[in-house]
Design a protein around this ligand. Structure first.
Ligand SMILES: Cc1cc2nc3c(=O)[nH]c(=O)nc-3n(C[C@H](O)[C@H](O)[C@H](O)COP(=O)(O)OP(=O)(O)OC[C@H]3O[C@@H](n4cnc5c(N)ncnc54)[C@H](O)[C@@H]3O)c2cc1C
Length: 346
């Protein structure tokens, strides 16, 4: 007898990566998602930025995570046809003197040169503020998240592994042997609900979320550049003549949208010396868990009920690696690393 499928609540970057990890192992699964427009994963810029943050340092475990992420996106492209992941150099410009100092302090760190193209030119200083200098990152890029998610959804639906709907946690009947939901049997349920998990969760109310809203916009600007530019905010040459710009970080989710849009406009004027026009602003809530990079694994009291959440602002980079880790945990009993195991947060 074949094992019942794994039920996945949510088809964002987390649930979709888990779907692929299971599909590639030949394990049946069902993603249930309301398929709403404008979710966090669908509006995300999809950037992968190896060196990041105010302290200008390599992103957490980027050397391990990036090859796994790229390999998954390339395999999905091969299988489905299309190009979802676009490798693009990224020009990181410093906006304050202390960033220059941080960077100088790191210049001799072993392995840093794999992310830096020291010979590449910066930007035209007449068009872009670059008075503190900067550097060009290699191995950066962006995932067209909306296209990747839609193509994955269509493929999964075709093999009866995706269904439009919502999984109310109260409707999940979890026992030692499996999970019953709406009269169907599953081996496990994995909640990949992103920031929606933060309120009213029956199983995971003890997780402490500290989510940040982000605003992103389309941009009209007359700039002949094919690279991503970052100086306090980023500019992404998206499709021919069309730019995206972002993003803001508001931990107070009650901040009015107008304030966030004005903040993004202000950041862009500190980046661009030339006129620009913002339009089509969108907002999403990044799922961030306090003091944790992310969490995954089994509920301490209900081992058939699992979670995969907290991807923060790095869903593209992190989802494939940790989806694979979760799949190996559920299928092969491979232990989770304590740093991500949800039980360590209990
Ligand atoms: C403005 C902005 C810019 C960003 N830019 C980047 C970037 O450049 N690079 C990057 O890597 N990351 C970026 N991120 C972060 C990235 O979007 C997140 O890390 C990622 O989308 C989180 O994915 P997720 O699947 O956990 O959550 P979500 O995308 O929120 O997906 C959760 C899904 O679950 C569904 N759901 C919720 N409840 C239920 C239920 N009960 N039953 C069934 N389904 C349910 C939701 O409808 C949704 O589809 C950005 C985020 C924002 C807001």
């Amino acid at each position: 007898m074949t094992a019942p499928p794994i039920l996945i609540a949510g088809g964002g970057l987390a649930g979709t990566a888990l779907g692929w990890a299971l599909h590639e192992r030949g394990v049946p699964f069902l993603i249930v998602d309301p398929n709403e427009a404008g979710t966090c994963s669908k509006i995300a810029a999809g950037l992968v930025t190896p060196i990041t943050g105010k302290r200008v340092k390599p992103s957490w475990r980027v050397g391990e995570l990036l090859p796994v992420a790229l390999a998954l996106y390339r395999r999905v492209e091969m299988l489905l046809g299309g190009e979802f992941y676009h490798e693009r150099p990224l020009v990181r410009l410093f906006k304050e003197a202390h960033e220059v100092e941080w960077w100088r302090g790191r210049a001799d760190e072993p392995g840093l040169d794999q992310w830096v193209d020291a010979a590449a030119p910066l930007v035209d200083p007449a068009l872009v503020h670059s008075e503190f200098g900067g550097f060009v990152q290699r191995q950066a890029g962006w995932l067209d998240t909306a296209a990747y998610l839609e193509a994955s959804r269509a493929f999964f639906e075709n093999i009866s592994a995706w269904r439009q709907g919502v999984i109310a946690e109260e409707e999940v009947d979890a026992s030692e042997n499996g999970v019953l939901w709406q009269g169907e049997d599953f081996s496990h349920v994995v909640f990949c609900r992103g920031a929606e998990q933060r309120t009213g969760s029956r199983f995971f109310s003890w997780l402490k979320f500290d989510c940040a809203r982000g605003v992103i916009a389309s941009l009209k600007v007359n700039l002949a550049e094919v690279r991503i530019i970052n100086r306090g905010c980023w500019l992404l040459p998206h499709t021919a003549g069309h730019w995206r710009a972002g993003s803001t970080y508001e931990f107070d989710l009650t901040t009015p949208m107008e304030t966030s849009i004005a903040d993004l406009h202000r950041k862009l004027s500190l980046l661009l010396r030339i006129p620009f026009e913002m339009s089509e602003t969108q907002a999403g809530i990044r799922p961030i868990i306090k003091h944790r990079q992310l969490v995954l694994g089994r509920h301490p009291a209900h081992p058939r009920v699992c979670v995969f959440n907290g991807l923060g602002s790095k869903g593209v980079l992190r989802a494939p690696y940790f989806a694979k880790m979760l799949a190996e945990h559920l299928l092969d009993d491979k232990p989770l690393e304590p740093v991500v195991d949800v039980r360590a947060n209990d």
